[in-house]
Design a protein around this ligand. Structure first.
Ligand code: ZN
Length: 202
C-alpha cells in the first residue's frame, strides 16, 4: 500500500512552498484530516494499521484518542481491531476523560492519533488513562512525522520525541520533510513565495 500516494490523492499531502505555523518554510504540508474525508479511505488505512498491531501480538482492550485530531483515526482503528473506543478531550487546556467513559484497573489501552509529531497530546491522553488505572500498551498513528521511532522503520528517535521508548509505536509511514528558516529556505532562494496552507479557501 502506497500511503503517501493515498494522502496525495486526497489532497492531504500538499507539495509547494509553505509557511508553517512555526514560521519555518517547507516544500510539503500534511493536512491529515483530509485523508479521512472519505470513510472508505479511513477504513482502508485503519485496517492496515490494525494488521500491524494484530501481528505484534499485543493485546488491546480499548483505543483512546485525544480529541480533536485523533477522533476519526481512533474510531476507525477501534473498529478494525474490534475493541472499545473512548476519547480524551481538553477542558480549559487540560486533557481529561469525560462523557461517562470509564477506564477499569489494568485495562490495556492503545493511544491513537492521526499523526504523531512529538507525541505530546498522545502522552497527555495516556497520562489521564493511567491516572484512572489503565495501562498504555501501545501508541498508533496513521502518519509519523519522523521525530519518533515507529515499528518497522529505520527512522531514529529524535530528542524532542515524547513517546516512551518502552512502548511500541505503530504508524503506516514516515512523513519526514525538511523545514527551513525563511532566510535559509532554498525555495525562497529560487524566487517563489511561501504561502500559508489553508489560507486559500480553507
Ligand atoms: Zn521559503
Amino acid at each position: 500500500m502506497n500511503v503517501k500516494q493515498i494522502y496525495m490523492d486526497a489532497d492531504a499531502l500538499l507539495e509547494g512552498h509553505f509557511k508553517l505555523s512555526s514560521g519555518n518554510h517547507s516544500q510539503f504540508y500534511l493536512q491529515s484530516a483530509k485523508v479521512l474525508e472519505d470513510p472508505k479511505t479511513a477504513t482502508l488505512l485503519a485496517t492496515a494499521l490494525a494488521k500491524q498491531i494484530k501481528e505484534s501480538g499485543i493485546k488491546i482492550d480499548t483505543v483512546c484518542a485525544p480529541a480533536l485530531g485523533g477522533l476519526i483515526a481512533g474510531y476507525a482503528l477501534a473498529q478494525a481491531l474490534d475493541v472499545r473506543y473512548i476519547f480524551a478531550e481538553r477542558v480549559e487546556g487540560k486533557m481529561s476523560i469525560r462523557r461517562g467513559f470509564e477506564v477499569t484497573k489494568d485495562e490495556r489501552v492503545l493511544i491513537c492519533e492521526d499523526i504523531i509529531t512529538t507525541g505530546g497530546s498522545a502522552m497527555e491522553a495516556g497520562a489521564v488513562v493511567e491516572s484512572l488505572g489503565g495501562e498504555i500498551v501501545a501508541v498508533a498513528a496513521l502518519a509519523n512525522r519522523g521525530f519518533c521511532a515507529r515499528q518497522s522503520s529505520d527512522i531514529e528517535r529524535k530528542a524532542n520525541c515524547k513517546l516512551p521508548e518502552n512502548i511500541p509505536f505503530f504508524a503506516l509511514d514516515d512523513f519526514t520533510f525538511e523545514m527551513y528558516s525563511p532566510d535559509e529556505c532554498p525555495l525562497c532562494k529560487d524566487g517563489s513565495e511561501a504561502i500559508k496552507p489553508g489560507s486559500r479557501g480553507n
